[in-house]
Design a protein around this ligand. Structure first.
Ligand code: 13P
Length: 248
């Protein structure tokens, strides 16, 4: 039985004051145990959030990591630095990084490798655009994205990753994949994972992301291969985030 994971992706949002208020709101009502919970916050706020989450079971994550370990890479942040601030998770290959920062399947695969080698759990994002879906290319696109990552992983590594299916057309748009649409892609992803390691694949958590909200979270997470959510906008409001967590 896979334990569900609900992770907030704050993206480039927040401030010291807003984060303190948001986490206070989440902590006040958070009931331990139902599912695993994490927040992936902007780099400058890792220390603040680490401190605010101390003593809770809410885990901390980052939204990206460097391919490099240390050295002359201006602007980059290494996996070791993230570990030092208590990160357990790191989002890798979010569609916004692919679209706006030119991240390729190759780079994303190597970042995934780096995260695992450093002891972080990568949340590897895959997903098709609207035109790719319209052209009937969803399985090919998403399949290629996951295969690129799997090509650099060993069978054992599957026990150290989380996958997130985030259809690009559903992110921040208010349009959500129907539970059946999402389940179809999740099942395909799990088949690909099974080819690598049948046993571990049944334990890999595959999250759905893309306008997941309190009113659609339950039906999405009820699907057999949907093991939680990667939440953008709704993770910035304590009541909405908690309401999704409750459905996990
Ligand atoms: P929204 O929930 O705002 O659509 O964002 C989803 C997302 O990109 C999470 O990584």
């Amino acid at each position: 039985m896979r334990r569900k994971l609900v992770a907030g992706n704050w993206k480039m949002n927040g401030s010291l004051a807003a984060n303190a208020q948001l986490l206070a709101g989440i902590k006040a009502e958070f009931a331990d145990g139902a599912c695993d919970v994490a927040v992936c916050v902007p780099y400058p706020y890792l220390a603040q959030c680490q401190q605010l989450l101390d003593g809770t079971s809410i885990r901390l994550g980052a939204q990206d990591l460097s391919l490099h370990e240390s050295g002359a890479y201006t602007g980059e942040v290494s996996a070791t630095m993230l570990m030092e601030f208590g990160c357990r998770y790191v989002i890798v290959g979010h569609s916004e990084r692919r679209a706006y920062f030119g991240e390729t399947d190759d780079l994303i695969s190597r970042k995934t490798r780096r995260a695992i080698d450093s002891g972080l759990i990568p949340i590897v994002c895959v997903g098709e655009t609207l035109s790719q879906r319209g052209a009937g290319q969803t399985e090919v696109v998403v399949g290629n994205q996951i295969e690129a990552v799997l090509s650099l992983l060993s069978a054992d590594d599957l026990s150290r990753i989380v996958v997130a299916y985030e259809p690009v057309w559903a992110i921040g748009t208010g349009k959500t994949a129907t539970p059946d649409m999402a389940q179809e892609v999740h099942a395909m992803l799990r088949r690909r994972l099974r080819e690598k390691n049948a046993e571990a694949a049944s334990n890999v958590r595959i999250l759905y992301g893309g306008s997941m909200k309190p009113d659609n979270a339950a039906e999405l997470m009820a699907m057999s291969d949907i093991d939680g959510g990667l939440i953008g906008g709704a993770a910035l409001k304590a009541t909405d985030f908690l309401s999704i967590v409750c459905k996990g």
